[in-house]
Structures are given as structure tokens and as C-alpha cells.
Design a binder for this molecule. Structure first.
Ligand SMILES: CC(=O)N[C@H]1[C@@H](OP(=O)(O)OP(=O)(O)OC[C@H]2O[C@@H](n3ccc(=O)[nH]c3=O)[C@H](O)[C@@H]2O)O[C@H](CO)[C@@H](O)[C@@H]1O
Ligand SMILES: C=C(OP(=O)(O)O)C(=O)O
Length: 417
């Protein structure tokens, strides 16, 4: 199994290009199930999760042709409505095929995705939403089965904004008869990107990016060319790494409008940030000021940046309170940061108090999930000595060429076997 080795202490300098967003690409690729024809995606990141969704679509019968960062999916060849456990277990976002399959074929069988390192992550709101659209749902032997002759538009209220839940139901409702209104919908940029793409395919969606999304059902969708938006979490990860190392980095190919919550908190740490159209310059300043954060649905501070921000706070001046309000178990990285000399205490399971230390010390550490791995990379970049991070397959799910990108910025980082 691959590991990442980092010798810390170098400031990051130079330019880095941001890849397409994993969390935008996954629902967009799933949306190609709705189309009885070809959908072409560009700026697709080369990631394990993209391989997983591609394998899943191929298993359903679709043809997928990939070259460079493009992917062409032919949904006209789909001849199977069952997403099997062996494919779904690799990636929770596989649940995103449920809505499109039942909408287009009237029948879907998808393995229950189950929990993961960061929490139980139920899919009850996806299922009750589909029921509201008239699907008959059953769960048997670990599989969700959904059946409907044709989905029928309805009003759906989410108890809390769910990102993939909003995406699943938005996709399903595009082919429903009548109008669907999603209330308390998630507002993430990935939702807007999906609505824009579906509209290009012929859907009639309004309000994406607000808590109320209205979808007027259409009979079918047609082929389209879709470009994946830049990854705001990868952007934020490089911003935090630049701040932590006291570096000066120009982050290119990103969308500063998508990361207001991150920019706001990083500025409060004393980091200098200049935004341009499509790029951001980040200059780290010492001492790093301690700042409190609470993760919230967009446009609040993203849970997917909490681990990286915690790594920054371990070397800040003072105490920081980090409140994780989205997932119940998203502090696993804290234990690894402790092994590197960080001072962190956790109360109530979702509040971490971080007391900044002068410096971290390198140690062998283990990644537990995707963003935990990014936080360990940031810690490794500032620590004294050589850190080895194992289980980096978590990182490969969501960061394209991360060690190459950091190396080009001057980090002493390499992948080892
Ligand atoms: C592929 C993708 O886009 N993943 C992102 C997506 O995950 P994902 O879409 O799985 O996360 P959700 O927005 O659904 O989860 C938000 C909260 O709602 C709860 N919940 C969700 C659905 C449901 O039916 N019932 C329920 O209780 C979850 O357990 C969690 O506490 O949004 C998360 C929150 O921004 C991000 O961390 C993930 O990176
Ligand atoms: C938690 C994440 O992804 P997923 O929902 O695919 O597990 C993430 O991108 O940080």
C-alpha cells in the first residue's frame, strides 16, 4: 500500500492548478443515466472515486470512454438497474444512481451504502423524498429497491439540507410528471453545477443555490457537453497549506466565489488573501492567530475543510474551538495530530479545543478518511522531521496528483511503497 513521506519545514512558493471537483463530478456523471444518448464531461479529475462511478456505470451497461480529463458516457446502452454491493461499498456517493435509475427506468436496486469513518450517514431523506414522488421503496438483504411507473412531482421538505439527497431528488424530479419543489434544499456550488448541467440537457430547474428548488418535469433529457467546476475543497486545502507554512502561493483555476467561508476564517488567522477572477494569492504570516470555527451547510464553513483547518490551528498562537456540526465522528485525525505533538482535547464528541504549539514533530501517522489525510499532509509540511502517512488510498479518492502539486510548490514530499 502506498504511503506519503514528507520532510517538513519548507515554505510553499509558486503556482498550483486546481482540478475539477470530485463532489461536482460524481452527481454529474450519475446524471448521464437520465440521458438516452451521450453525455461528455470535461475537466474530470483523475481520482479513485471517478474510477468507482465509472465502473458502476459500466456495470449498468453504459459505455464510458475516458481520455485526458474528459469522459464520454453513453447512457443509451444501460441495460441493468442494479448497483451491486461490491461497487457501492467503495464509495458512498454511489447512492446518486438511485434517483436517475428509478426516474428513467421505473425501477432501481442499489446496495445500501452503509456508514463510514466520519459518521453513520443515513439515506432516509433520499428514500422519503423518492416516496413523496410516488416510488415504492423497500429494503431487503442490504439493497434498496425503488419502483414507480412514472415519478410524480410533489413538495419535499428536508429536515436538514442534504447535499447528495438534494442532488438525487433533483435528478429524479427532472423526469417526473408535474412540478417538484425541494424545500430546505442544500445550496452548495455543486448543486448549482448539477442544476445548470441538467438544464443544458433540457430539464427545467429554477432556484438551485437557494433553499427552494423548483423542478418542472420533462419527458426526456438529451445529450450535452458539461465542464466540471473547480474543486473548492482542494482550493481550500492549498490555501491552508500555504498559510501553515508561511508561504506565498498563487492558486489558479479556482472559483473564489465558492469559498467565502474559508477566505473569511483564513483572513482572521492573519493570512493575506487576494482574490482575482479564477485565482487566489495566499501569503502566510506568522504568528498564525487562533480562530474558532463551526462547520455548517453552505455558505457556512465546510465540514470538508475542518480537518485541514484543525491542522493549521495546531500551530497557531492561542486556543481555537472547532465545532463539527455536520458529522458525528469527524475528529479521527485529531488522534493522529496528537501523535505529532498537537494539543487537542475533544468534548461532547463534536467540539475540539486546540491549543497551538510552537511546532509539530514528525511521526508515522495513519489516514482515516479523505480530508483527514489532507490534514496530516499539512501537519507533515510544517512538522520538524520526516512524517510518513499510511493508508493514503483515502487521499487518492479525492486529491489529484497531490504530492506532485505540493512538490512543485517546493515541498519535500514523495509517494513511497
Ligand atoms: C459526494 C459528496 O458530495 N459528498 C459530500 C456530501 O455528502 P452527503 O451528501 O453524504 O452529506 P449530507 O449533506 O447528506 O449530510 C448532511 C447531514 O445530513 C445527514 N443525513 C443526510 C441524508 C439523509 O438522508 N439523512 C441524514 O440524516 C448526514 O448524516 C449528515 O449529518 O455533503 C457533505 C456535507 O457537506 C460533504 O462532507 C461530502 O463531502
Ligand atoms: C466526505 C467526503 O466525501 P464522500 O461524501 O464521498 O465520502 C469528502 O469529499 O470530504
Amino acid at each position: 500500500m502506498d504511503k506519503i513521506q514528507i520532510t517538513g519545514g519548507r515554505q510553499l512558493h509558486g503556482e498550483v492548478n486546481i482540478s475539477g471537483a470530485k463532489n461536482a463530478a460524481l452527481p454529474l456523471i450519475a446524471s448521464s443515466i437520465l440521458v438516452n444518448g451521450k453525455t461528455c464531461f470535461s475537466n474530470v479529475p483523475n481520482l479513485m472515486d471517478i474510477t468507482s462511478i465509472r465502473q458502476l456505470l459500466e456495470d449498468l451497461g453504459a459505455s464510458c470512454k475516458a481520455s485526458n480529463n474528459c469522459l464520454e458516457v453513453d447512457g443509451s446502452l444501460i441495460n441493468k438497474i442494479e448497483a451491486e454491493y461490491d461497487l457501492v461499498r467503495k464509495m458512498r456517493a454511489s447512492i446518486l444512481v438511485l434517483g436517475p435509475l428509478v426516474a428513467r427506468f421505473g425501477h432501481a436496486k442499489v446496495s445500501l451504502p452503509g456508514g463510514c469513518a466520519i459518521g453513520a450517514r443515513p439515506v432516509d431523506m433520499h428514500l422519503s423524498g423518492l416516496e413523496a414522488l410516488g416510488a415504492v421503496i423497500s429494503i431487503d438483504h442490504g439493497y434498496i429497491e425503488a419502483k414507480a411507473n412514472r415519478l410524480i412531482g410533489n413538495e419535499i421538505y428536508f429536515d436538514m439540507p442534504t447535499v447528495t439527497g438534494t442532488e438525487n431528488l433533483m435528478m429524479a424530479a427532472t423526469l417526473a410528471k408535474g412540478t417538484t419543489e425541494l424545500r430546505n434544499a442544500a445550496r452548495e456550488p455543486e448543486i448549482v453545477a448539477l442544476a445548470d448541467a441538467l438544464n443544458l440537457m433540457g430539464a427545467k430547474i429554477n432556484g438551485a443555490g437557494t433553499p427552494i428548488i423548483t423542478i418542472e418535469g420533462v419527458k426526456n433529457l438529451s445529450s450535452a457537453d458539461i465542464s466540471i467546476i473547480p474543486d473548492r475543497i482542494e482550493t481550500g486545502t492549498f490555501m491552508v497549506a500555504a498559510a501553515a507554512t508561511g508561504g506565498d502561493v498563487l492558486i489558479k483555476g479556482c472559483n473564489p466565489d465558492h469559498i467565502g467561508g474559508i477566505i473569511n476564517k483564513l483572513k482572521a488567522t492573519g493570512t493575506s488573501i487576494e482574490t482575482f477572477s479564477g485565482s487566489i494569492r495566499v501569503i502566510g504570516n506568522k504568528p498564525i492567530k487562533s480562530v474558532d470555527i463551526k462547520t455548517l451547510p453552505y455558505p457556512g464553513f465546510p465540514t470538508d475543510m475542518q480537518a485541514q483547518f484543525m491542522a493549521l490551528m495546531t500551530v497557531a498562537d492561542g486556543r481555537s474551538m472547532i465545532h463539527e456540526s455536520i458529522f458525528e465522528n469527524r475528529f479521527v485525525h485529531a488522534n493522529e495530530l496528537l501523535r505529532m505533538g498537537a494539543k487537542i482535547s475533544i468534548s461532547n464528541g463534536n467540539i475540539a479545543m486546540v491549543k497551538g504549539v510552537e511546532n509539530l514533530q514528525a511521526a508515522p501517522v495513519m489516514a482515516s478518511d479523505l480530508r483527514a489525510s489532507a490534514s496530516l499532509v499539512i501537519a507533515g509540511l510544517v512538522a520538524e522531521g520526516t512524517t510518513v502517512i499510511s493508508r493514503v488510498y483515502h487521499m487518492d479518492r479525492g486529491y489529484e496528483n497531490i504530492e506532485k502539486k505540493f512538490s512543485l510548490l517546493g515541498a519535500d514530499i514523495k509517494r513511497i511503497k
